[in-house]
Design a binder for this molecule. Sequence first.
Ligand SMILES: Cc1cc2nc3c(=O)[nH]c(=O)nc-3n(C[C@H](O)[C@H](O)[C@H](O)COP(=O)(O)OP(=O)(O)OC[C@H]3O[C@@H](n4cnc5c(N)ncnc54)[C@H](O)[C@@H]3O)c2cc1C
Length: 394
Amino acid sequence: MPSDSFNTDTPFFMDAQRRLAASVASFVWREIEPHAAAAEEATDEDYRALVALLAEVDLLRYGVARPGAAFDLRSLCLIREELAYSSALADLAFVMQGLGTYAISQAAPEHVREFWLERAATGKAVAAFALTEPEAGSDVSAIQTTARREGDAYVLDGRKRFISNAGIADFYTVFARTGTRADGRAEISAFVVGARMPGFSVRERTRLIAAHPIGEIEFTSLRVPAENIVGAEGEGFRLAMQTMNTFRASVGAAACGMARRALDETLAYAQRRHQFGVPLAAHQLIQAKLADMVTALDAARLLVYRAAHLHDTGIAAEAVGLTASLTRAASEAKLFATEAASRIIDEAVQIHGGTGLIHGHTVERLYRDIRALRIYEGTSEIQRLVIARELLKE
Ligand SMILES: Cc1cc2nc3c(=O)[nH]c(=O)nc-3n(C[C@H](O)[C@H](O)[C@H](O)COP(=O)(O)OP(=O)(O)OC[C@H]3O[C@@H](n4cnc5c(N)ncnc54)[C@H](O)[C@@H]3O)c2cc1C
């Protein structure tokens, strides 16, 4: 198992978090790595088994927030980094249980909350987060799915696309329009929708550039009991943003895991492969690339764990009047880490030459896996808009 001293060399972590990272790293190397290369052939059953495996070692609890309990973002980030080091699919199986339940943990009625949070944390139910629509991607307020109150239920009609876990999930946190505000913008509310509810269907499973269960779902006169509303009517937009704000830095952590793997693979390859009578690593142009790669990775990890540390200690910081912008820190972390990881992995492929393009080679897989991270949970462009907005506000 490759060694890594980042979390012992930096002050962001508590001892328990450092121990957690070490034990997750050895679990990943033992249980996840042997199956990582076969991600593209993974069936829904394999994916469910992956969720069950993560539950068995009690990792899912770090992703599923609990009302009243502090959400340990540093641990979440450390876990994502270790999982993504080996398998983007395992990282997804882990994080979706959190992303799909965060709004529920914050605002659902107690019995709804208890029911789904426990099932998600123990891997008995697979979660999903359904916000994006054909006409509403970056512009969340353009969503067209409607939820109309009818007696003791809401009736949902509409379509969602790019929904991770579509067709596998047992329940979805769905965002729908419940009205129009005075300023003409959509009033958005959140609902828990069970995959077995009549009127729910999976329109398609979408094949992406890399292994990632995702697709389109549809609601046709789907009746959701009124008690399944998450928060009050009109709180959906805030809950969706709060969810993404909380998880954003962790996307950066996953990117760091992938970049670290690319760097490790490349360091080994550059010392093993000889051209012009010496190892690739003896050529100064290659050394310069390696130096840039490790520097960018360190910078990315510093931003990610600064954001996670700020989140975890933010309440204390606010209490003493500090004005740290958690939103800006999270967006900087996601923006920089996903962009840097893409460049690092691209250079890893370059240093591997043709070998890096062979389908199934680790760096070739990373090259495809990293691409989505600059798009989901707010594209790089949207992160820049958020960062600038926060900066101009300060
Ligand atoms: C792998 C993957 C998993 C996903 N999982 C989920 C999920 O589980 N649940 C869910 O709800 N959604 C999910 N999504 C959807 C994802 O959040 C959206 O793809 C993303 O928000 C971008 O929306 P879009 O694809 O419609 O692009 P668009 O919003 O159409 O954007 C197209 C391009 O225009 C740019 N752009 C848009 N607006 C501006 C602006 N104001 N200024 C400058 N540039 C702009 C964007 O940055 C982008 O480059 C997933 C997407 C992917 C790829």
